[in-house]
Design a protein around this ligand. Structure first.
Ligand SMILES: [Zn+2]
Length: 195
């Protein structure tokens, strides 16, 4: 695992690639917590002001998505509920909740790595940031570091499947959600990407 260098508040984000690399570092923190590896970073004026990594299980919180946690920290840092000019970097396409929160925060731009065909609300199942009915619209850019973000997810779900297949596991033990559904080759084979 790469060291998560630079994932501090105030870290310099000179460009989108740097922002996405920090979001990937955040996703690896989720992985270290045995959570579905999704990470997010909020940058304003070229500096990190918010970080989040998926914590839905650890916190037993359905709203514990990386983007929500990053936006919360950013709002706390700025001392305001709105973050005009901010960029939200995410390793996975934000869901309706997170895209909605980003819209409430008035972020200028959302940059995400891979699409989430099951929950994505920035082009997949809907398009909240660019919805014509909303007063505020955010620019959306996708595809940056997509392979890295996807590899993290694929590796996570594969390891979960291996754990289920292990012979020393009691037969009565229930399988993690991610292990038993849908297309086994899809990184999004769970009911949702965040567990
Ligand atoms: Zn979300």
């Amino acid at each position: 695992m790469e060291p998560d260098v630079g994932l501090e508040l105030g870290a310099v984000v000179p460009d989108d690639l740097a922002g996405m690399r920090l979001a990937l570092a955040a996703a690896r923190r989720a992985l270290a917590d045995d959570e579905v590896p999704v990470g997010a970073v909020v940058a304003l004026d070229g500096r990190v002001i918010g970080r989040g990594w998926n914590a839905t299980r650890r916190r037993a919180d359905p709203t514990g998505h990386a983007e929500i946690l990053a936006l919360r920290e950013a709002a706390e840092v700025v001392g305001a509920q709105r973050l005009p000019g901010a960029v939200l970097y995410c390793t996975v396409e934000p869901c309706f909740m997170c895209a909605g929160a980003a819209s409430h925060a008035r972020v200028a731009r959302i940059v995400f790595a891979v699409r989430d065909p099951k929950f994505g609300a920035c082009g997949s199942l809907g398009d909240v940031p660019r919805h014509p009915g909303l007063n505020h619209r955010s620019q959306v850019d996708e595809g940056l570091c997509a392979d890295e973000a996807r590899d993290l997810l694929v590796g996570f779900f594969r390891s979960k499947r291996r754990a289920v297949a292990a012979p020393d596991r009691p037969a009565s033990a229930s399988a993690p959600d991610e292990s038993e559904r849908d297309d086994p080759d899809s990184p999004f084979s769970s009911g949702g990407t965040r567990g």
